[in-house]
Design a protein around this ligand. Structure first.
Ligand code: NDP
Length: 251
């Protein structure tokens, strides 16, 4: 029962695809009403239809997390429609892999705006509601690269390292207000974002070799950690970054 989320409202940014979709599905399966948001409407509709077909209570909103005003209006609408937000999966993200010498200013801005500014805008808007209702579980989606760096990851590693730090700051600011804030840092997970990168056989084998468990991750590997951090079971855990990476970063 500690892991059930019946009657709770979970907001998932980037919920139309990949990790966000998988997490929405995981939370819905243990009883939460899930609200998925991303920019592309067609993929949102498709995702919502799939969740609905599994008996999950779902709503979708087309939102660009990099636009502060739009984010505020969206969160106000969610609160009007659903009355509260118990769980936030702050997941929408982007990666542009280029070396230091090749990366352009616009690449840097795109990654930073989505991964860091977007997380901040959504986190701030939702925090107001969570503090007011004196309850919340905020989960920011980081990456192993936020901790270990990695070549071709200038903007991405910087943005994810920033997420690990703001997770600690928000945790402290809300620790006595009933709100926990944690981050999940996945290793390589098979999603639309990593499809192209993992399709190169040498690269794929190299990634597998670096992982203690000798495989890349799947959406199912994210299920336990996200349900745990969203539930009553994690009530004394805050400000942490949990690595879900098959042992990659433990070596
Ligand atoms: P995908 O590219 O598969 O999905 C990204 C999701 O974010 C889509 O729903 C996309 O929809 C949405 N999105 C992107 N930009 C915006 C925006 N500006 N506003 C709103 N929604 C947006 O990525 P993954 O599922 O692979 O990654 C999800 C998160 O997990 C990211 O933060 C990523 O950094 C992190 N991560 C992923 C790993 C992996 O191996 N896959 C490993 C470690 C971390 P749309 O484009 O329609 O807006």
């Amino acid at each position: 029962m500690m892991f059930r989320l019946d009657g709770q409202v979970a907001v998932v940014t980037g919920g139309s695809k990949g990790i966000g979709f998988g997490m929405a599905q995981s939370l819905g399966r243990v009883g939460a009403t899930v609200i998925i948001a991303s920019r592309g409407k067609d993929s949102l509709i498709q995702a919502a239809e799939q969740l609905e077909s599994e008996g999950i209570n779902v709503a979708y909103y087309s939102v660009d997390v990099t636009k502060k005003h739009g984010v505020q209006l969206w969160i106000e609408e969610v609160i009007r429609d659903f009355g509260r937000i118990d769980i936030l999966i702050n997941n929408a993200g982007k990666n542009i892999r280029k070396t230091l010498l090749d990366i352009e200013e616009e690449d840097w801005d795109t990654v930073m705006d989505t991964n860091l500014k977007g997380i901040f805008f959504v986190g701030q808007a939702v925090a107001r509601q969570m503090i007011q209702q004196e309850y919340g579980r905020m989960i920011n989606i980081s990456s192993i690269f936020g901790g270990i760096g990695g070549s071709h990851q200038t903007s991405y590693a910087a943005s994810k390292g920033g997420i690990n730090q703001l997770t600690k700051v928000w945790a402290e600011e809300m620790a006595t207000k009933g709100v926990t804030v944690n981050a999940i840092a996945p290793g390589y997970i098979q999603t639309p974002m990593t499809e192209g990168w993992l399709s190169n056989e040498d690269r794929y084998n190299n990634i597998v070799n670096q992982t203690m468990m000798k495989r890349v991750g799947t959406l199912a590997d994210m299920e336990g950690p996200v349900v745990f951090l969203s539930s009553e079971a994690s009530r004394y855990i805050t400000g942490q970054t949990i690595y879900v990476d098959g042992g990659w970063t433990a070596k």
